[in-house]
Design a protein. Structure first.
Length: 258
């Protein structure tokens, strides 16, 4: 019963129902030549983008680009030379009810980055730099300000927190940190898939980086089964994240490599 329920759910909910509809439409247009191939091809492409093995295939190279921080004994020696620990923003939920009236909360990805950074507080005694403003101003709070409130609620001393609230993308994160604080070397905390683009931006702005990746999205050591090949919105989103990063790497390489 559970087996059939999972299959039915995958086919009824997006993106499964959309993919199934496009494949059926492609079959209906069987005698229409190019139309059949276009519709069917798009359906197959959408299916591939929505399954776990393809998501993992695209995400793993990004997430494995930089290794995780070493074990604690080695870590103390490595991070002791850093001027600051920088945590990049990952988005907010505007007007989130549990945060209070007219207050925002961090997205799941942003919160995971923050919690991981906080977990290093006893190993790194320096400043925490929270960077992130408003991509588009719709009356929301600057993300760095929201993150600062969360760090304080977790128990980090306010005097250790520095915020940069004007940046709107990763390049501006790095540029504003470099121009405002003058750090030479930082521990950089962000999602593993986002680390390659982030390191590029900070190094191009003259800051040496100790990568501290977190928020891994792809599966490791997983034995795929039938359910792994059922389309899901989670896998579709993971594929979107990977493609977004690859496009960003190319774009930043072309625009900021001078």
């Amino acid at each position: 019963m559970v087996f059939l329920a999972k299959i039915a759910t995958a086919l009824i909910l997006p993106p499964g129902c959309i993919i199934l509809g496009m494949l059926i439409l492609g079959f209906i247009l069987l005698r229409r030549g190019k139309a059949r191939w276009i519709v069917g091809g798009i359906g197959i492409l959408c299916y591939l983008f929505a399954i776990e093995p393809v998501q993992d295939l695209l995400l793993r190279p990004l997430e494995d680009w930089y290794p995780p921080l070493p074990v604690e004994a080695e870590l103390r020696e490595k991070i002791g030379v850093a001027d600051a620990l920088v945590i990049l923003g990952g988005g907010t939920i505007q007007g989130s009810p549990e945060a209070g009236e007219h207050r925002d909360s961090l997205s799941a990805s942003a919160l995971k980055r923050l919690v991981y950074g906080f977990s290093l507080k006893d190993l790194f005694a320096g400043e925490y730099v929270l960077t992130g403003g408003k991509v588009f101003d719709h009356g929301q709070e600057a993300e760095a300000a929201v993150a600062a409130g969360v760090l304080i609620s977790l128990g980090l001393e306010p005097k250790r927190i520095v915020t940069e609230t004007e940046s709107r993308n990763t390049w501006q994160n790095a540029r504003n940190v470099a121009e405002s604080f003058g750090y030479q070397k930082v521990i950089l905390v962000t999602s593993a898939y986002h680390m390659p683009r982030s390191v590029f931006c900070f190094e191009k702005n003259g800051i040496m980086v100790i990568p501290a990746p977190t928020d891994y999205y792809s599966h490791r050591n997983k034995r795929y089964d039938l359910f792994s090949f059922l389309p899901s919105m989670g896998a579709f989103f993971g594929t979107w994240i990977a493609l977004h990063e690859y496009v960003g790497l190319v774009q930043y390489g072309l625009v900021y490599s001078r």
